[in-house]
Design a protein around this ligand. Structure first.
Ligand SMILES: Nc1ncnc2c1ncn2[C@@H]1O[C@H](COP(=O)(O)OP(=O)(O)OP(=O)(O)O)[C@@H](O)[C@H]1O
Ligand SMILES: [Mg+2]
Length: 382
């Protein structure tokens, strides 16, 4: 039950529209680029609150600024983060509070199942089980978990567990704070992706869904089943490998190879059919890793549902015809992810490559949960 009407109205009048700390935005720190998205919830005089994308940005990360697990040049990183906020389109990002994701390669997410223990022992039992799976000592990790089924309802404990290197999280939080930002939450990218696609809204379904995140330096597959992430694992594919191979085969520069890759994609009619075979060769490892992940899931969870649909996301998912190519090879429904459902975007937003922004949008969606709803009208600053 919500608050009494009088209270709701009073809250709205007292809403601190001038206090930017009550707004927040999403920040996706990848290996090659940083992406920021600010969504705002507005209440018009009639109807439900609506989401609007207020600002977005994407900035390349200079070589060597981050290494896996560490910010190598903190002062430059802080300057870069400041410019992400200040040079956003169509206007600078004003909120100071941020919801952040860590690169998939540095985090761990998995659903675990262990025998039931008394409530007071749950945390310890989950930590012990997680230690078996996470690739770093528990003392060096930040561990977070959530029960998927109420404790009393099952003979086993089912929980989703996320872990990240403590030093890395602290590194990012300190650097962001140095730029004047406040970190509201840090999450593993798998969770942001799932929220970006609104899969969280699906009730425990009859089908499992795969999400393939095809990035610049690495790729990942997530299996989402029974309303949660069941597993998240890396697979062999990177956009950089494709660019590198095109550059080598055609004896051209990295920059030209990148342009040709984007222009030709997997269309056989384009570029004298010289690019498709190169990309296809690289995709064969990807296809085999996807099959391995799907089989591993089937074997590890015999009561799990078959994966009937694969969403592709991340920058490399924008490649033309990659969806058709994967559909033919995997005999699965493959769709390019559309994270733009349910809100308006500014005219400047590159909707044709929306798949690049799924993580940032998922983070921005979480950021709006911390916010009061804005009232459109005379008081609004937007
Ligand atoms: N239209 C396109 N066709 C093919 N590849 C594309 C296209 N647009 C972007 N890419 C590729 O997508 C990759 C960038 O993807 P993304 O923005 O998801 O990476 P990132 O988040 O910076 O890094 P990572 O996810 O690896 O940490 C680059 O390799 C780029 O060449
Ligand atoms: Mg990324």
């Amino acid at each position: 039950m919500g608050p009494p009407e009088g209270q709701l109205a009073r809250n709205q009048i007292n809403m601190p529209l001038l206090d930017f700390s009550t707004h927040a935005f999403g920040l996706d720190i990848g290996d090659r680029s940083i992406k920021a998205v600010e969504l705002r919830l507005s209440r018009f005089s009639i109807g439900k609150p609506r989401l609007t994308m207020h600002a977005w940005n994407e900035i390349p990360i200079p070589e060597g600024m981050f290494s896996p697990g560490k910010i190598e040049r903190p002062a430059e990183a802080a300057a870069l983060l400041r410019s992400v906020v200040q040079t956003a389109t169509p206007k600078p990002i004003r909120p100071r509070a941020v919801v952040l994701s860590l690169p998939e390669s540095t985090t761990f997410v998995k659903t675990i199942e262990i025998p039931r223990v008394p409530r007071e022992q749950v945390a310890l039992a989950i930590a012990r089980e997680s230690e078996e799976h996470i690739p770093l000592p528990l003392a060096e990790a930040i561990l977070d978990w959530q029960l998927l089924v109420p404790l009393e309802q099952d003979k086993t404990i089912r929980a989703i567990v996320a872990a990240a290197p403590r030093a890395l999280v602290e590194n990012f939080v300190t650097t962001l704070e140095d730029t004047g930002l406040i970190v509201l939450a840090v999450e593993a990218e798998a969770l942001s992706l799932v929220r970006g696609l609104l899969l969280e809204d699906l009730l425990p379904g009859d089908n499992a869904i795969g999400i393939l995140d095809l990035g610049a330096t690495r790729s990942n597959i997530i299996i989402f089943d029974e309303g949660t992430i069941q597993l998240s694992t890396s697979i062999r594919f990177s956009g950089d490998t494709v660019t590198k191979m095109i550059a080598e085969r055609l004896n051209i520069s990295w920059e030209d190879a990148e342009k040709i890759k984007i222009e030709c994609g997997l269309e056989p009619e384009r570029c004298e059919n010289r690019i498709r075979p190169i990309i296809a060769t690289i995709l064969s490892d990807l296809v085999s890793d996807i099959r391995t992940a799907l089989n591993a899931y089937r074997q590890s969870k015999t009561d799990g549902h078959p994966v009937g649909l694969l969403y592709i996301t991340g920058g490399s998912a924008n490649a033309t015809m990659i969806d058709t190519f994967l559909r033919q090879k995997l005999h699965l429904k493959v769709h390019r992810a559309n994270p733009l459902r349910g809100f308006l975007t500014p005219a400047s937003f590159p909707a044709e490559r929306a798949a690049s922004f799924t993580t940032a949008i998922g983070l921005a969606r979480r950021a709006t949960r911390y916010l009061p709803v804005e009232t459109e009208g005379a008081l609004s600053l937007s």
